[in-house]
Design a protein around this ligand. Structure first.
Ligand SMILES: [Zn+2]
Length: 452
């Protein structure tokens, strides 16, 4: 039984955020500004002196704090939340990490675990100002209806989401077919919802694990599903050395193309960079996960230089994107330096992380949802956050990203609004009973740990 279809989508109200330091986009800011939200969209934003007279709006005084578009996490695994603190056997390779941790965990998840795990990850998302999550789900012990449970958690918390089930041949043909059907069934439901309401906060993609666990037959079937629903795939690409050659194969099979998200792309060569560029696919860089799994460092700077649209995600290491963004901003100084980058190495990563976070992540989400996301201008989605940061030094066009990196990313988010709905106000969750969920989740996690 897919429960999420019955869940109501709440209609938003008018909200006026005043006395704010508004960062409206990559090059646009108003030190004394306002943002006016109406019917789930930005009605206007700008200098306080231009703020229109508005009646009946809920007024939020930002008290000089930074107000900016909600963050976007283009690669996340909500199903992995119960792994926090779980004891794991000794790992000798990336394959070990998959087999002894993630595949074991995902197969052991019950329906209740799936729902609670997603709730936990989404609460952390709201708390860190992430208003759009591209989730990559796996639960091979409970496949049918699992995306409905994840969707329930999205609708309950109010976060915008793109969902998919990671299809793989690793458990045989029967389970693979069930996973393919789960994607199709969710995509069909989404299609119906979006037809009725184009602002519906959920979308679907064709989820695929990685080239190394997918047969030609499965890739062909998935491509047909992509064609049928007009969506891209969400897939891990060349994350480990075992998956080298994936870019060429997935291009040949028509999986890497416009609308597809290729997470990682660590083990790629020059011709892969050309293929990625030509494919039109988005790449998502997840540096914390890559370092944690000791798989290597993706050629993030090369991808930017090539003009490949590369965003930054978390791969489930965290729901907050701040850690990965800050790491990406410094990590590539070392990789460029080791390559003999000289003085250019010192500045490597600064402009690139800005582009990834403020342009590419919004582009990925805007394409998915068919509306402007990641910017505070008229007509864009009313996804807005209030950071606890009040700029302490002068802000200019040239140092705006430095204030984001060393100011906004260092301090908590106090208020999160998505689609015009207040999800958290002054650090208090408004859509869910956080304490109750955590208590419930702790019991479920203990039982899950005992089972595996
Ligand atoms: Zn991943």
């Amino acid at each position: 039984m897919v429960r999420w279809i019955k869940t109501a989508y709440m209609i938003c109200r008018q909200i006026l955020i005043k006395n704010a330091f508004v960062i409206a986009g990559p090059e646009r800011f108003f030190p004394d500004g306002f943002v006016y939200l109406k019917d789930g969209a930005v009605a206007s934003s700008g200098r306080s002196s231009n703020c229109p007279m508005i009646r009946n709006a809920t007024v939020i005084d930002a008290c000089g704090r930074v107000v900016l578009p909600g963050f976007i996490n283009p690669h996340m695994h909500l199903y992995g939340q119960f792994a926090k603190g779980m004891s794991v056997p000794r790992m000798a390779s990336f394959r070990d990490i998959l087999e002894k941790l993630w595949w074991k965990l995902d197969t052991a998840l019950t329906e209740e675990d799936i729902y609670y795990s997603a709730l936990l990850g989404l609460i952390e998302s709201v708390r860190s100002g992430v208003t759009t999550v591209f989730d990559h789900h796996a639960s091979y012990g409970s496949i049918s209806g699992s995306l409905g449970l994840v969707a329930d958690a999205f609708l309950k918390t109010g976060v915008r989401g793109s969902l998919c089930f990671e299809v793989s041949d690793r458990h045989g043909g029967k389970k693979r077919d069930e996973a393919v059907r789960e994607n199709a069934s969710f995509l069909e439901s989404c299609r119906r919802h979006v037809k009725m309401n184009r602002r519906y906060p959920l979308r679907g993609m064709v989820g695929l694990h990685a080239s190394m666990t997918l047969s030609d037959h499965t890739l062909a079937e998935s491509r047909r599903e992509m064609d049928s629903f007009g969506v891209g795939a969400h897939i891990h690409v060349a994350e480990d050395v075992d998956d080298r050659g994936a870019v060429r194969r997935l291009c040949n099979e028509g999986i890497l193309r416009g609308g597809t998200i290729a997470a990682h792309c660590v083990h790629i060569n020059r011709s892969d960079l050309d293929l990625l560029k030509r494919s039109g696919a988005f790449v998502v860089h997840n540096p914390q996960s890559n370092l944690n799994n000791a798989v290597g460092v993706a050629p993030f700077i090369d991808m930017h230089r090539k003009g490949i649209p590369v965003g930054i995600g978390t791969d489930g290491m965290s729901a907050s994107i701040a850690g990965d963004v800050k790491l990406a901003s410094v990590l590539h100084k070392i990789t460029m330096s080791l390559r003999g980058g000289g003085r250019a190495a010192i500045s490597a990563g600064f402009a690139e992380t800005k582009r990834s976070v403020m342009e590419v992540n919004p582009a990925i989400a805007s394409e998915m949802f068919g509306m402007r996301l990641g910017v505070l201008k008229k007509g864009a989605a009313a996804d807005v956050i209030i950071s606890d940061y009040i700029p302490q030094t002068p802000v200019t066009d040239l140092n705006l990203w430095a204030h984001m990196l060393y100011g906004v990313m260092n301090l908590p988010v106090r208020t999160t609004i998505c689609a015009g709905k207040v999800l958290m106000k002054d650090f208090e969750m408004k859509t869910v009973d956080e304490e109750k969920i955590i208590l419930g989740a702790r019991k479920l996690a203990k039982r899950l740990w005992d089972r595996i």
